[in-house]
Ligand binder design. Sequence first.
Ligand code: SAM
Length: 249
Amino acid sequence: MLKQVQHDECRMAGVKRQETNNTNLKRMFDYNKIATNYDQWYKTPLGKQIDVWEKNLFRLHLEKLQTKQLLEIGAGTGHWTEFFAKNGFSVTGIDIAEKMIAQAKQKNIPNAQFEITSAESLPYGDEQIENIVAVTSLEFIENQEKAVSEIFRVLKPGGYFIVGGLNAQASLQKSRQSDPVFKDARFFTPKSLFQLLEKFGTPTVEGCVYMPNPQAELKEIINTENIAPINLLNIYGNFLVGSVKKRKP
Ligand SMILES: C[S@@+](CC[C@H](N)C(=O)[O-])C[C@H]1O[C@@H](n2cnc3c(N)ncnc32)[C@H](O)[C@@H]1O
């Protein structure tokens, strides 16, 4: 488990900066509003199938990690936390939505703990965290740049940062533009995810879940054959996974 350090002064400064910087930012969707229904998607036939494909790709990136400790950014209801724990990781999941965290805690996931805190002001010391993962959460963080700089600050050199994100170029995202949950989200493109991770080291970005038509029946959606390297199919893949090892100074 991760050790939380006391650096209230630093957190206070973070809050102040956040108030100033956020004045021009849009308010992101409040996940507390859908916390009790959030996991329903994963129980639908389409949600179940997509979940398998996304996890197959994510697992390939997890295999690069040399230690079994994870900080999970925007852990929500703990759906992915459970996956990480089943794959042998000890996980600390953080999220700002207390009702999402309440759902996660109810699952009693072994080797997992949860904290209500913002990725924009992480309560950990510099270079203290072994590895960091974020699954479809960076898109929903109001000050994404601040969160990424906090992730960079707390990650140990040699540790991995793995991001699962929704691809702006996929047809599914285009169909979500008026959806209140997604309309203010900052989706990635393979290129923007690559650029975000380049700050840490040399990234790998891949994609999966190619959906020619988001309304299509499950059988029409192409399966894991669509996991492909950056230059191939993944510009249309709905789910991108990028990983990077933080370079040593
Ligand atoms: C789409 S949900 C993803 C939840 C989970 N990772 C999953 O894939 O099921 C996005 C999550 O990011 C969280 N989030 C938004 N802003 C955040 C912030 N500043 N710090 C931490 N979590 C945040 C939301 O509360 C929400 O639970």
